[in-house]
Design a protein around this ligand. Structure first.
Ligand code: ASP
Length: 348
């Protein structure tokens, strides 16, 4: 009798572990996924108006696949994203994922700057566990809101064992993208996220996850960036090139104490002559200058039409200007050496 009791107890403990639902934290930052408006057929709404508890309550199916815990990090449209929220978010992600009882994190975020926040976490989170960014293009009060299905899919990606070790992921409209390459490509469509240089890495359809590829650039546990003791980040500005450009914005950035400038150049990162002159002077004044491109596809390569060696410029490789800004901000926390910074643009 005693033996039977023991076996039953053991079986109970085994079942409790084997069938226990994973714990997933949903960290909410705001955005259209938490947006609300007056009419289901009008485009106007306020981003970040709905709290994380209400977001979770609206998609009850996620409670069937995970033990869901919610935290409010911020309540902003992601056009208001800033260093303070990035550092708060990254520190909280690292704290939570260091815990044995937390299996993954879903971050709800506005789509405008999701690509930057996701890449920031891709470079600063210190865990193999899944970290998934999700947003929506239609607010929760809109007809055919995309947020609920996107959130359901994001939680499914976060609990999926194959998501581990892939770095930070972006889940939107049934697609899974790597944070390194994901970018918003259409201002208003639900099919807005794409990875122009690499393609999506997987799909998630009604919660069914399928991966096709693995991101190979360094990230998360293989990244050298440590934000645990940082209270702020170096200032890096982006300048957008055009015909009849001028160096005044370069001078303005330098006068505003920018430590780095990303130049979204024409074609393969090309510069208008007076801008080139002003940027070369900025380098001499100790500012790191990265040549990127205003073209949405392809890479900005070293030593094309521009003599990078002579001017001390860095090439962004296949990072867009906005992602190059994230990497340069983190790079400048480690070094201001041009050659070392250039290596980062090849590695990450
Ligand atoms: N402006 C919103 C935001 O980025 C847009 C969205 O979430 O789709 O917060």
């Amino acid at each position: 009798m005693r033996l039977i009791k023991k076996i039953a107890l053991l079986l109970l403990v085994f079942c409790a572990f084997a069938f226990a639902k994973p714990t997933i934290y949903i960290l909410a930052t705001g955005g259209t996924i938490a947006g609300a408006g007056d009419s289901e057929i009008k485009s106007s709404y306020s981003a970040g108006a709905v709290t994380v508890d209400k977001l979770i309550a609206a998609v009850s199916a996620i409670n069937e696949i995970a033990v869901i815990k919610g935290e409010q990090i911020s309540s902003i449209g992601s056009q208001e994203m800033n260093n303070k929220v990035w550092l708060k978010l990254a520190k909280r992600v690292n704290e939570l994922l260091a815990r044995k009882d937390v299996e993954g994190i879903v971050i709800t975020h506005g789509t405008d700057t999701m690509e930057e926040s996701a890449y920031f976490l891709h470079l600063t989170a210190k865990s193999k566990k899944p970290i998934v960014f999700v947003g929506a293009m239609r607010s929760g009060t809109s007809m055919s809101a995309d947020g609920p299905m996107n959130l359901y899919n994001a939680v499914n990606v976060a609990v999926n064992k194959e998501s581990a070790g892939k770095g930070v992921l972006v889940v939107m409209n049934d697609e899974i993208h790597s944070a390194r390459d994901a970018t918003k490509t259409i201002t208003t469509s639900v099919q807005t996220f794409a990875s122009p240089n690499s393609g999506k890495i997987g799909t998630v359809f009604y919660g069914e996850v399928e991966y096709f590829m693995q991101p190979v650039k360094a990230h998360t546990i293989n990244s050298e960036f440590d934000i645990s003791k940082l209270e702020n980040l170096p200032r890096v500005d982006i300048l957008f090139a055009h015909p009849e450009d001028s160096g005044v914005f370069v001078e303005a950035a330098v006068n505003a104490s920018a430590k780095g400038i990303i130049h979204a150049g024409m074609g393969n990162g090309n510069l208008f002559p007076s801008t080139q002159e002003a940027l070369a002077k900025a380098v001499k004044d100790g500012v790191a200058v990265v040549r990127s491109s205003r073209v949405p596809n392809g890479a900005t390569t070293l030593e094309g039409e521009v003599n990078d060696k002579e001017f001390g410029f860095i090439a962004s490789n296949s990072l867009s200007a906005q992602k190059a800004r994230v990497l340069l901000m983190l790079g400048l926390t480690k070094t201001s050496d041009t050659k070392e910074l250039q290596k980062l643009f090849l590695k990450y």
